[in-house]
Write a protein that binds this ligand. Sequence first.
Ligand SMILES: Nc1nc2c(c(=O)[nH]1)N[C@H]1C(S)=C(S)[C@@H](COP(=O)(O)O)O[C@H]1N2
Ligand SMILES: [Mo]
Length: 546
Amino acid sequence: MREEEKDQSGRPGPPRLALDALGALSGALAGFAALAVAEPVAAAVRPQSGPVVVVGGAAIDATPAPLKDWAIRHFGTDDKLVLQLGILAVLAASALALGVLAVRFRRAGAAGVLLFGAAGAAAALKRPDSVGLTDALPSAVGAVAGALLLYGLTGRLTAPARSTAPEPGSASEEAAGAPRVYEAWDRRGFVLAATSAAAASTVAGAIGRSLNGSSGRHAATSREKVVLPRPGSPARPLPKRAGPRVAGISPFVTPNQEFYRVDTALVVPKVDATGWRMRIHGKGVRRPATYSFDDLLRRELIERAITLTCVSNEVGGPYVGNARWIGVRLADLLAECGVRPPSRGGSADQLVARSVDGMTIGSPVEDLMDGRDALLALGMNGEPLPFAHGFPVRMVVPGLYGFVSACKWIEDIELTTFDSYDPYWVKRGWARRAPIRTESRIDTPKPFARPKAGTVMVAGVAWAQHRGIDKVEVRIDDGPWREADLAAEYTRDTWRQWSIPWQATPGGHTLTVRATDRTGTVQTDRRTRTIPDGAGGWHSVVVTVD
Ligand SMILES: Nc1nc2c(c(=O)[nH]1)N[C@H]1C(S)=C(S)[C@@H](COP(=O)(O)O)O[C@H]1N2
Ligand SMILES: [Mo]
């Protein structure tokens, strides 16, 4: 490799390696410009139409269930952050590569940027919440800006400086396919173009960010203004001490900040409650209706503690929580709209809830109208729903896993049949109907804990929503099952805390728990995967007693 190259006028150009590096820099700048320019465009169109959000959403939708499970297991709620960083890393690597390509084939480099833009635009149009062609604009406009910049910058790198134009025909770089070698380089032009492009992109990106943020601020203001009325039918008073006072056991009510979050939203939807509407329509709906947030607030509200569980929860996993929900009885709204359950001659057996971000969740109409407290929830533990948990309105149904009942950011309810429509998760291999399994979890001691010999409290929670927990048993190693003390039952829709003292002897021990629900069903020891209708098996914890 030559250390330095000279054009015909003897002016030094950048050596080959430096040229590649400058090309890579141009690529990086072009990629940055593309994403930055997409920001204000997305703000003008829809914050959810930004390139990283739509590509991330497409990736989430396309991820096979086992991989998604793995990601959730390893990154927890950070899975989405990891995904976004992954996308940015791929984009950055591609931008660098396109820059290096562009110093050889200028048009190909620019065309490569446009291809990425086309992929982003296609992803945007395929999003379930896409509102039309405008959703393609952020990716398209960003890519055009990036392509033009890359073309321009690499032009500065490879074009002859104005004073030293090559003789016609000399070193004809446009010649058939030969890698293009610069003849001189317009250093000042490049530096000027690169710095002004970087500055302009930064400004565009910052403006876009703040515009995107301001739509979120309207939503935040609307949330701050919500005053939840006193529920006409309040929740039963919480027992002073709902459960055993054992360090490490889950509290009976899960604080909002600690409540698990599972959804496909790369960016939490920020919905302005003042503009929110929800429609009820579809098969067998004799009087379709549309409700505003105030319409719901003016109705009789009920408050109930209901334990929510995710079907993706592994045995012993964290995706279960108990909250006091305030909301409207869904069955009342449905009845008002003229909906009848199948058992009373209704023609629709599936209710499909749709969210502002295009999620679809299907529940059995029969279950929603069988007298259980199926809610359109507006409040969680005394405050308006947090954005991450579905503000302004979500569904909560005792006894059904979240993916078949608990639609967050709901905006549409359609009555249909299980035969004629498969919602989001069902299309991806999960069950159409999924009542929550009878499960129990050891909260303390933690796996691989090293308690001292003597009395050790073993404690945790057990749940079988809408059936109720009747018994929890604990076994040490292969010993006999011993019945644990159960906290008083709050309702059969909530979990029960349990505890049992154990005379721990030195050495390694395996603690195992199992629950029995009110139908007499004993939690099965048969280990099953989470897909299609929830993990089965007993939770065990291995400890070493010192
Ligand atoms: N719009 C929307 N609603 C959703 C989901 C989602 O991905 N999008 N996930 C569901 C699943 S799988 C579960 S378990 C619950 C979780 O509710 P949480 O995040 O408030 O705990 O929300 C349900 N509602
Ligand atoms: Mo879930």
